[in-house]
Write a protein that binds this ligand. Sequence first.
Ligand SMILES: Cc1cc2nc3c(=O)[nH]c(=O)nc-3n(C[C@H](O)[C@H](O)[C@H](O)COP(=O)(O)OP(=O)(O)OC[C@H]3O[C@@H](n4cnc5c(N)ncnc54)[C@H](O)[C@@H]3O)c2cc1C
Length: 429
Amino acid sequence: MFAVVGGGAAGSAAAFVLSRAGHDVVLFEASDDLGGRTQTVQRDGFGVELGAIYMLNSYTRCIELLADSGTPDLLTPWSPLAGLWDGSNLHPIRYDYVPSFFKLPMLSFRDKARLALRAVLAIAGPAPDPFETDSLADFDRGEDMETWARTRLGDNAFEYFVRPLIEPSFGTDCRDLSVPYLQGIMKRAHLAKFFLPRDGMGSVCAALTRNVDVRLGVEVVAVDLDGAEVVVSTAQGETSRVDGVIVATDAARAAGLLESGLGATEVQALRSAPYASMAHVNLRWVKNPWPANEFEMLLPIGAGPRPLLGTIVKTSATSQLVPAGGCMTNSYFSSAATRELTDDELIETALRHVGETLGKGFPDPVAEVFGIERALAICPPGHYRAMQELRNKMPARIGIAGDYLAHLGVETAVVSGERAARRLLGESV
Ligand SMILES: Cc1cc2nc3c(=O)[nH]c(=O)nc-3n(C[C@H](O)[C@H](O)[C@H](O)COP(=O)(O)OP(=O)(O)OC[C@H]3O[C@@H](n4cnc5c(N)ncnc54)[C@H](O)[C@@H]3O)c2cc1C
């Protein structure tokens, strides 16, 4: 019997792999729902994504596990039309089609030539697997993404290509991130396709844990080695003795749970794994105020810090999460804005942004702010190697999984969960 602590993407993938191998698995989830940062919450007929929004065709492990779980058709293709907002105009690009960036008027001929050259070099040359800690660690030369991109691509391509792609996803400045992830996605950018889970991201973890004994609302407070067994203690005062455990919480909580069994250096490495916090403002209209709008992403551009990183627009024509005739926007804020702005200021900023980009004079929506403290696992230079060392020092019967072992993302979490499960099963990883 194995136990998994945490029912997010990492824990659900780990539980799925252990259970598929024929083992009894119990999964403890502290909150009342599965999914962690992939939950879809219901609000008066709308499905609102608490965290993750989309998946990519490069999420091969996640897609394969979903197929194995008997739910191969969970995902629907999505090719979002994005508008880069320069303060006066929306410049259309396809977020999943790099050549569309070449039409941007802010890029000079020289910028485009450098970008094209880099794209060819990225496709032809070596690059890391963007979701594997070991592979990412091999490519980390200690350089940050902003310096790397400005040097190789130029300032304009950094502002109008790299920043709109990276900062809305990571919630933080490119200078806080290391280079390998960018190299990994540039190599695959020409093949990129987006998917949305038809019933919301929440359906991913639900599909993976269908054959698992899931205990919701049960917080684990300690994980201790006792001879050949591992003892899992819950806040309700219950203990389970199991053959192995995967701790798939965020890094800080993992540090608390594993304190007794790990050295001080490993506990400190877990405690200091970096995250960006992120708030997002959800606005909902029963009747779509902009029926002619076709943009599904609105991305502010331009030099300097930006509090609002991007807005996703969903209507009943593009998403099953929106009731017939309705419209919903989600505006995502930088870590700094999340810390500094009040909820009212966040809502005001989101309303101003949709008014400027889609058209003013709309009726008041229902507005709700979602704030997540450890929202997005980030990867400064040196991070991948530190996480690789930490993961390799785990005792044989205890595994760790979670996006923080590389960087944010459903696929990263799934890859880490699958790897931890295979290690517990005695497979070579
Ligand atoms: C706003 C936002 C937008 C995002 N957009 C995308 C996107 O579009 N695409 C993408 O791929 N990724 C996206 N991400 C990132 C993605 O959601 C995460 O990287 C991924 O879901 C992390 O999964 P995880 O299993 O590592 O962690 P989590 O989802 O955080 O799961 C950890 C689980 O452990 C539980 N837990 C914690 N402590 C205990 C305990 N003591 N006992 C029991 N249970 C416990 C928690 O309740 C939680 O359910 C986004 C994230 C955010 C916040």
